[in-house]
Design a protein around this ligand. Sequence first.
Ligand SMILES: Nc1ncnc2c1ncn2[C@@H]1O[C@H](COP(=O)(O)OP(=O)(O)OP(=O)(O)O)[C@@H](O)[C@H]1O
Length: 889
Amino acid sequence: MSMFSGLRMPSSFRFGSAAALAQGEELPPPVPDKQSVPSILPTPSSRLSPQPSSPIMPVGSPSPFSATPSRLARQASAASITPTRTASERNITGFFPSPGARTRSNSSATINGASPVSGNDACHVTVRMRPLTESEESQNNACVWEVSDEHNRITLNQDFADKNRKTASDYFFDAVQVGSDNKDLYEDSARDVVRAAMEGINGTVFAYGQTASGKTYSMMGVNEEPGVIPQAVEDIFTFIRDQSGDREFLLRVSYLEIYNETIRDLLSPEQNDLRIHEDRKRGVFVAPLKEEIVTSPKQVMRVIRKGEENRHFGATDYNEHSSRSHTIFQMVIESRERTASGAASPRIGGPGPPRPRGTVMISQLNLIDLAGSEKATTDVARRTEGAFINKSLLTLGTVISKLTDGKIATGSHIPYRDSKLTRILQSSLSGNARISVICTISPAGPNVEETQNTLKFASRVKKVTVHASANKIVDEKALLQKYKQEIDELRSQLSTTNELLEQERRQQQSGGLESERKKYEDLLVEAQIARTRSKERIDHLTRLILSSKTITSKHILDWSAPGDPSSARNSVMLEDGLLPTSPNMNRAPSSSASRQFADKGFLDRHIREIDARDEKIRAAENEINNLRAVLAVLKSSSDTDVVQTIDQYEKTGGQSIKSMRTTLSELDKAQRQKNELEVVCAGMEDQIKGLEEKLRAVGVNGSGGGGGGVEDLIDENRALKSTIKGLRFELDHRLGSASPDTAVANAKMLSQLESQAAEQQAVIAQQQSQNTQLQSEVESLTSELRHSHRTIATLRDSIRMLEVSSDMFVQAASRAHSPTNTQTSSGSAPSDVELALERERKLRAEEGRANVEKIASLEAELAMTKAELGAFGLVGAFGALGNGASSPP
Ligand SMILES: Nc1ncnc2c1ncn2[C@@H]1O[C@H](COP(=O)(O)OP(=O)(O)OP(=O)(O)O)[C@@H](O)[C@H]1O
């Protein structure tokens, strides 16, 4: 069972309550762990530790910094032009979020009410405290942190601090979140960054924190609470759908992990040591990295699922499903105004420099789940991983601290290259991206030291400022540009082809040589086929380019009705197993990591089936289009021969099209039948499993719950065989009743089922060999039993003989001892004969005792043998023998 199962809901939080303190008192003072790896984060003596002189706001007092980011965003957007901060203001020295730091200075305004697009910006920092875990509660731990009403201040409980000789400093951040609500988390920490990325500004959101503090829960989420990544995906498609302007987008995604300082492509796992490159135009990038163009949230989630399967997880002392690598999910967003007339278009939503039409904006959105900092664990492999994780986090801490020191301005060395993580993040950290950091912490007393380190890291990040502006790009790097060009070229080729076709047609009509006409006909057919291909390519490329016209609500998850089974959200995401299966979104999320992706096997199978079907449908559609093209050519001809040919074509072509359609519908039918058969198979598998269980219970546990033993086992075998026979018959029947057109699918199914049956047969054979073994064991036990019985009988005989001879000796001795026998007795001293007799008597008595003991031991052995037979359920079958052995002869 998961160590985190049964996590308490936020309502069970006891921030600073009397109960919490009472429990807090029972806590042992934290014992420094001598074996632990030195903490990677700043020590309390660090000069960036919370300054006692910092203004401390009383709990509950209105704070100038209490506005939530979304409120601030609204304020910022209401006052669309805000003053630009001076260079000296960029390096914030305090750890308070200054209101200015949240304000994005920019001469431009927003698109569709989204936040402004560039300017000096402090990194946005959210602290997220998870609920106490069941195991923390069972150890009488309580939450030792207090969060102020304004939700941006967090303080160590004073009593706990006093008792444990800690400093109860106040920490202020852009937001402090408690509990399990990932929707609030997204709104507070990621939405602005995602929206800015849609406007061409790079963005990076990462989760940082001690192991098991909730980074993966925050970034990926669980079924009931999708995390930042799935919500960002949904938000991006919603943004495209809802934009009022006429912009078009091209989205591509990649997914990589840094495991033990090697970079692995999670979408192409064979690429397991990728390199980091840098060039002037692209900055720092990883290559070769597989990128997939995506056109729907469902498709993105499918890509993520694929990546998750290849990701490194492992059980540690602290988290049974711990991320052993840093993962970076990256989305590249290209966009541009739809009309490429070259005229400038005014910015939507307010003043600002007009954006030339056709200019492609390109931005990167990085969503990062870091591995957690951790103390040394017992497992060697985990310890190696932990060392790599800690080293890279240490480098991240150093880089952040250098950036906050303002050394970037003086050109001092910042050790980005000391770890792959900081090297990949270099472009973002050096100021070319909006950054939002989610620092996850545990509420429990024993984790206070790690939590304080995380809060200090968060305070440092808060001081880093960035200057992110929209990236405009007009060269061939933009795929959007390339695709648009290709579409334009294909369109112009099409219109030329159309003209040619028209010319040919006219030429034919005006007569000419028969041989010439035939040549033209052939040319026409070829041209028409080429035209169809061009059209298909145009369609394909057009499908990849997204706009408010191509994205419908159907594509997007409907967050407004989470429990509504008819909602698009469910229909899109449930197939990927990421979104709620429960109608109650507010239920406590499951702590079991395995529930993060429910029923993966089924889903994968399902996705593969859909893909295969799509492929077949595409092929059929292509053929239909080709036939249509041929028909169109022929129809445009006026020649009587050709008209006749048209008739023929219409007949055959029409029939072909009809038969294609029939094939398509048959394919659908076959698919449905296949699904039904799969359900039947699953049922059969369950039945077979149940029978196997029973067999196993009989075979392994001996008496098998019914005491029937070998007989029962054989019966079970018979039942199993007849069930399989029945199931085979049912299958044959079902397969036989399928339409002939589904023969291919059915043949596949049949072979699958036959291999299942063969497996079953193997199980039976195994079971039978077990039976034979069991029988021979029983036989050997039985013969042992008989042998023991005979031995006992022999021993009893010898006891009887001994008793008789002993009596004889006793009688002889007493006769020899008798006073009437004066000739042999010499008074009080025993004669030699008497002594010999006495010795003999003692010896006999001794032997008798030994024999009785031997009998007792043999009887005990007999009892054990009987018990063994009983264990095999043979008490009934061999009872008579057992009784015979134990009863007196
Ligand atoms: N806010 C939360 N609400 C409810 N459960 C949570 C929350 N945060 C984390 N959990 C649960 O706590 C456990 C550990 O969380 P998670 O795996 O996300 O930690 P992590 O920081 O990613 O750990 P690691 O660094 O070892 O990968 C999981 O079972 C998760 O479901």
